[in-house]
Ligand binder design. Structure first.
Ligand code: F0G
Length: 432
């Protein structure tokens, strides 16, 4: 599977000739599909928008019911962030079959793999990509799957999924970046279909997260989309979605995009906000990016964050993300692990919960609110990329202060009590 340009090494991008493709006159036209619960393509939160990612014949589409996710208003989290009531929304991508947003992209990659007759697929992963690819393979029986995970850092829920779904799992010595570089080599040598977000079809599927946000807001674009940044597939896809919708005359306003890095894994933040490397109408200063990486290597700096999903040194979609930031008048911020975990705890206490990386959305929105970049009355959508049960160790560590750490600021500490009725009742007196 070819994913990059032979001449410049830049990643391939999907472009459609919209003049030759029937596109609905209005986003409202998609609502006709809501009443059709028998056609799996209309039930899928990705493929009910199929005219906007028109690369696959309908009978080749591989779907497992992905993208049935919801947007919820959360005034409690909104209050924490500093928003007025009714202005903060949480988009729960953890409700996907494998528990993360990756299923939106994987249905597109699995479809393309089928179109080209691939029998084996692979990915490197901080955990969620592997869980997603593995569940597509196990439920459809169409592919054999190999997943490469870096050593040590993968959250337990994600590793459990890859093993349970029967993926051949290689724990490669090294970090995610090294595993990704290896899997790219292996795929090209062995003719294996590559399912990381270097594959441009993945991003086509992930565009639909934005279509569902618009759908939930009655097609009225919000003011802000706030999303954690790791390998930068989501942010790149979101920018492409809005660019295309505007080109097609389907929206008249593009939301602003905020991409949030963990402080310990902040390549995009440094490149965009500090070194001021921007899209620059397609003439991005890639030598400045190369210099940045050389210096990072020379100083031996490696990404490190509790939000292991986004612990990435060299985000592969960096340049596409710069394009998205340009399209969406975007900003990038970095937040500490403490802020991430506090944001996550707020989603737990005021919503369905999420994994640490998603907490970065909340922490980032709060930071931008404090800076006055986001106004209290703006409509803000925080993308929650993964389910709360993905990383139980992080959650239990935060609440109970296990592992030598202090319990978090919003900890809900378990109370240890003897198996004695009086003592149990005494412990409950505070609550009842
Ligand atoms: N949130 C979660 C829960 C993730 O798993 C990831 C990426 C991200 C955010 C970052 O998204 O790459 O689009 O900027 N996880 C990848 C993986 C790297 O291997 O599962 P991005």
């Amino acid at each position: 599977m070819r994913v990059a340009c032979d001449a410049c090494g830049g990643l391939l991008d999907v472009r459609y000739d919209w003049d030759r493709i029937p596109v609905p006159a209005s986003l409202r036209d998609f609502e006709a599909r809501w009443s059709n619960r028998r056609n799996p393509l209309d039930v899928s939160g990705v493929w009910r928008f199929r005219e906007l990612l028109p690369f696959a014949p309908p009978d080749e589409i591989v779907t497992i019911g992905e993208g049935q996710t919801i947007l919820q208003t959360s005034d409690r989290v909104g209050h924490y962030v500093g928003m007025n009531p009714g202005r903060l929304f949480l988009q729960y991508e953890g409700l996907n079959p494998s528990g993360s947003f990756k299923d939106n992209g994987m249905t597109a990659a699995a479809t393309h793999a089928r179109m080209v007759g691939a029998k084996t697929a692979a990915c490197a992963s901080t955990g969620n990509t592997s869980a997603s690819l593995a569940v597509f393979a196990s439920t459809t029986g169409l592919l054999r799957v190999v997943v490469f995970v870096g050593s040590g850092k993968i959250a337990f829920g994600k590793l459990a999924q890859a093993l349970d779904y029967g993926a051949l799992t290689l724990q490669v010595q090294g970090d995610f970046d090294e595993a990704l570089a290896r899997v790219r080599e292996v795929c090209s040598q062995l003719g294996i279909y590559l399912c990381n977000s270097v594959n441009p079809l993945r991003l086509e599927g992930q565009k639909t997260i934005m279509y569902r946000v618009l759908e939930a807001l009655a097609w009225e674009p919000p003011d802000w989309i706030v999303v954690p940044g790791g390998n930068l597939g989501n942010s790149s896809a979101f920018g492409k979605a809005f660019y295309e919708l505007e080109q097609l005359g389907l929206i008249d306003r593009i939301p602003r995009l905020a991409v949030i890095n963990a402080e310990g894994s902040n390549t995009l933040y440094q490149i965009y906000e500090q070194h001021k490397v921007h899209w620059n109408e397609g003439r991005t200063d890639t030598s400045a990016i190369d210099d940045f990486y050389s210096q990072m290597d020379a100083e031996g700096r490696r990404a490190a964050t509790l939000a292991t999903a986004i612990e990435i040194n060299r985000p592969v979609n960096l340049v596409k993300c710069l394009r998205a930031l340009d399209v969406c008048d975007g900003v990038v911020r970095e937040v500490s692990d403490q802020e991430i975990m506090d944001g996550k705890a707020q989603v737990g206490a005021g919503g369905f919960g999420c994994e640490p990386a998603s907490g970065a959305s909340i922490a980032g929105a709060k930071r931008l609110r404090e800076e006055g970049v986001i106004a209290a009355d703006d409509r803000v959508v925080c993308i929650l990329t993964g389910h709360g049960l993905k990383d139980p160790n992080a959650t239990v560590g935060y609440h109970s202060g296990e592992g030598g750490r202090a319990a978090g600021r919003f900890a809900n500490q378990p109370i240890v009590v003897e198996n004695d009725l009086e003592q149990i009742i005494a412990a409950l007196h505070k609550f009842v």
